[in-house]
Ligand binder design. Structure first.
Ligand code: ADP
Length: 525
């Protein structure tokens, strides 16, 4: 029996405690459950919330004695016990002796108490019932009228705080809203379990993939689209399981064997008491067509710029020859400026065209067994005049036994000249550059060493990306396309490229090319 004073004191303290809960539903319900159990001397208890269709939702259980969590037992009990009666009758029900009370049938649920008394209280807001709170005491007849008054007050307090959220927002509405969004969505959505087996798919998904919805159920998601090869697929699954949002492009296979390019966005969500993965599949056919069109157009523009530029270059060279004896040096100087800029523009356009081709995966046009020795000698020949012009010394360190490699010779020649031009460009007048090559186990390794400013460690990877440059003072500026081209070209040949450098101590650009079994070593005199 509680005195009026105990009742008011308890309600006062509960109100204060609930105010700290900041309207968090789990905290409000747990706090209420524990505080009420303490004041009622109840050993067991739970709060069950209900969905709009009366199915049980969340269950909060008291941690009684050594049992840490008996939620599963309570869930069973909702179907056939006192909770169901309270839900049906929508009023407080007291079971004075649970051993004889027909509403307390726990013989098959040994985790729940078998003797004593119990009380069930409905939780409702605005006439809508959203849950039941239940307590049990190990003695018979432990709950009386004062208990009923107290629990009514508790029920009102809880409903004032979280009733609206539970009735209008959380379980029922969320699900209907989800169902509506899911079914009515204009994009295909597939829901799988955490192992990737389809448990649901919306109308649009069935339509898009040309399946009947039932046919999709239980198929693995990998029957619909690739997850990526090998470890990438597994990594994606692992990321999804750990709660990350995952996005990737792939092709979705339709039932008739055709495929459609898609952008897949997937995330783990909690739905109807289950952890699942929702996959949104966006058809990107039009987007890819537009991308292709844009690429073709730019390629065409770059390509068409080459013609007139060659003409300008040719005219300037002829004019230079024609005026070579001109007695006004300023004229020749101006011509040199024009020629340098034209060469630079031409290299830029070539790089842009190459980058575009390589990025599109088209890459190697003309792979042929090529003598690395001859290729490097040609590069040196092309670069020598520039070195002489800048009063820079060009030296060689070429291994005698360089193999033939299966490459697009023109492309690799451009890689070497690009690196050598950079070495000259960034080295001071009077500096040196050294071209080296040696045969490693199953690759040939080429290096271009210079006496330039060196490259800070944090930029050593970045400079191989498009438009990335180191900001030096007193050093010529570039636009940052040459090394991007070198990386794409070397990687397209199955090799690697990197730089070894210390600021102030020059740089060594190194790249490798795999030597295929058919490539034969040649002796060089
Ligand atoms: P660009 O030379 O036209 O800027 P690159 O892609 O060839 O384009 O080079 C990117 C950047 O890397 C350059 O802007 C420069 O900052 C740095 N870099 C390249 N080669 C060297 C080098 N040999 N020594 C020092 N810095 C270099």
């Amino acid at each position: 029996m509680l005195s009026e004073h105990q009742r008011l004191d308890f309600l006062y303290r509960l109100t204060n405690a609930l105010q700290q809960a900041d309207s968090s539903i789990p905290i409000v319900l747990q706090t209420t459950l524990h505080s009420s159990a303490r004041v009622l001397n109840a050993q067991d208890g739970c709060v069950v919330t209900f969905h709009q269709d009366d199915r049980p939702g969340e269950i909060f259980a008291l941690r009684a004695g050594t049992r840490t969590d008996n939620r599963e037992a309570w869930r069973e009990f909702v179907q056939r016990g006192l909770i169901g009666y309270v839900q049906f009758a929508q009023r407080i029900i007291i079971a004075r002796d649970i051993t004889t009370d027909p509403r307390w049938q726990t013989s098959s649920l040994p985790d729940l108490p078998q003797t004593g008394s119990a009380v069930g209280i409905p939780l409702s807001k605005g006439g809508q019932m959203y849950g039941v709170m239940l307590f049990m005491h190990k003695e018979i007849d432990a709950f009386d009228d004062t208990t009923v008054h107290l629990l009514e007050a508790v029920s009102n307090l809880v409903s004032a705080l979280v009733g609206n959220a539970l009735v209008f927002n959380i379980s029922p509405r969320d699900e209907t809203r989800f169902q509506w969004l899911f079914e009515g969505a204009v994009v295909p959505i597939i829901v799988t379990d955490l192992d990737g087996y389809i448990v649901d798919a919306n109308r649009k998904a069935a339509e898009f993939l040309d399946y009947r919805r039932e046919q999709l159920l239980r198929l693995p998601i990998t029957a619909i689209h690739r997850m990526g090869t090998g470890p990438i697929g597994n990594n994606r699954f692992n990321s999804l399981k750990s709660g990350d949002e995952v996005e990737f492009r792939t092709a979705a296979w339709r039932s008739d064997g055709t495929d459609i390019p898609v952008l897949v966005r997937a995330q783990r969500v909690f739905l109807n008491d289950h952890d699942v993965i929702a996959w949104v599949e966006q058809d990107i056919t039009t987007q890819l067509e537009l991308d292709q069109l844009r690429q073709d157009l730019t390629a065409m523009v770059y390509h068409d710029l080459r013609g007139p530029l060659h003409t300008v270059y040719g005219s300037l060279t002829s004019l230079g020859r024609f005026l070579s004896n001109h007695n006004q040096p300023i004229v020749l100087d101006l011509l040199q400026v024009g020629l340098r800029s034209t060469r630079q523009l031409s290299r830029m356009i070539e790089s842009l065209l190459d980058i575009q081709r390589l990025e599109a995966g088209k890459a190697i046009l003309d792979p042929k067994p090529t003598s690395m020795h001859n290729l490097l000698a040609s590069a040196a020949q092309l670069i020598q005049p520039l070195a002489t012009e800048g009063n820079q010394r060009l030296t060689f360190e070429l291994n005698d036994e360089l193999p033939f490699v299966e490459v697009d010779a023109d492309m690799i020649l451009r890689v070497v000249t690009n690196l050598m031009e950079n070495a000259l460009k960034y080295s001071p007048p009077g500096g040196f550059i050294r071209l080296g090559a040696r045969l490693m186990d199953d690759s040939v390794q080429v290096s271009v060493v210079d006496s330039g400013p060196g490259i800070p460690t944090h930029m050593q990877r970045q400079i191989f990306d498009k438009f990335s440059r180191v900001k030096y003072t007193d050093v010529p500026k570039g636009i940052g396309l040459g090394l991007a081209f070198c990386r794409l070209a070397v990687e397209a040949h199955g090799g690697q490229i990197w730089v070894e450098s210390e600021p102030g101590k020059g740089s060594s650009f190194v790249f490798t090319l795999p030597v295929t079994k058919t490539s034969e070593p040649v002796m060089v005199a």
